[in-house]
Design a binder for this molecule. Structure first.
Ligand SMILES: CC(C)(COP(=O)(O)OP(=O)(O)OC[C@H]1O[C@@H](n2cnc3c(N)ncnc32)[C@H](O)[C@@H]1OP(=O)(O)O)[C@@H](O)C(=O)NCCC(=O)NCCS
Length: 203
């Protein structure tokens, strides 16, 4: 995959639009976000947290939180989706992607605040992650989710991911998608600070 300097990535900001027209800023998580990100995870419903962390937990485990706020830790990157009202920024979603050089693929996981689910934000996030994967030169995007996670399965199906059993864990399903060459021609919004993406145009 392409070489990149994590410091260059830190300044990249995308703006997505929810179906209700709300502007959602998507930027890399940084150390200063640790408290707010943990607050976001604590505020998720028990079932959303269970689906995201694939097990019962009241918060993001400390080691994971530490990795989430350090760009490039374990070849992974975390994005926070935020809204801003009266100058106050609130985390309303997050996504993690990890680069796997051996398979030239990117693995993803994500969540959206319960009060914001169902407004197209998950679809926009997945589109943005796919654009980022294309920009990094990956051939494939994939993720594992619980078999019981109807929302994630429906979202992945809707945007054309296919499914296979997750090796080694019967509770999970792997969703994956080849990145079409055309996606590479679509400018990855992260190259342009605060670029607008009206829809998930890499899906
Ligand atoms: C999965 C998740 C990210 C989807 O985000 P979202 O913003 O609600 O998704 P969208 O609004 O873009 O919905 C996209 C599609 O998903 C499907 N979907 C969404 N919520 C659903 C639900 N509760 N049940 C069944 N299908 C659902 C629908 O097909 C929907 O398309 P439509 O609106 O055209 O009908 C969100 O439900 C979530 O954060 N869940 C908890 C964490 C999690 O499960 N993460 C996945 C682990 S990888």
């Amino acid at each position: 995959m392409k070489y990149f300097n994590p410091r260059d990535l830190a300044g990249h900001v995308d703006v997505l639009l929810s179906q209700r027209g709300e502007a959602i800023t998507l930027r890399f998580a940084e150390v200063a976000d640790a408290e707010a990100l943990q607050g976001y995870f604590r505020g998720l419903s028990a079932s959303s947290r269970y689906n995201r962390l694939m097990g019962a937990a009241s918060e993001l485990p400390a080691g994971q939180l530490d990795r989430f706020v350090h760009i490039g830790a374990d070849d992974g990157f975390s994005l926070v989706a935020t809204t801003s009202h009266d100058g106050v920024e609130t985390i309303i979603g997050e996504a993690r992607y990890a680069l796997d050089d051996e398979t030239n693929s990117i693995q993803i996981g994500m969540s959206v605040d319960d009060t914001m689910q169902g407004h197209g934000i998950g679809t926009a996030l997945l589109g943005n992650l796919t654009c980022r994967a294309a920009e990094l030169g990956a051939d494939r995007v994939s993720g594992d989710t619980l078999r019981s996670n109807d929302a994630m399965l429906a979202l992945a199906r809707k945007v054309g991911f296919s499914f296979t059993p997750t090796p080694g864990d019967w509770r999970q399903v792997r969703f994956e998608k080849k990145i079409v060459p055309a996606a590479r021609a679509i400018p990855y919004a992260g190259q342009r600070p605060a670029a607008m993406i009206a829809d998930a145009n890499c899906l």
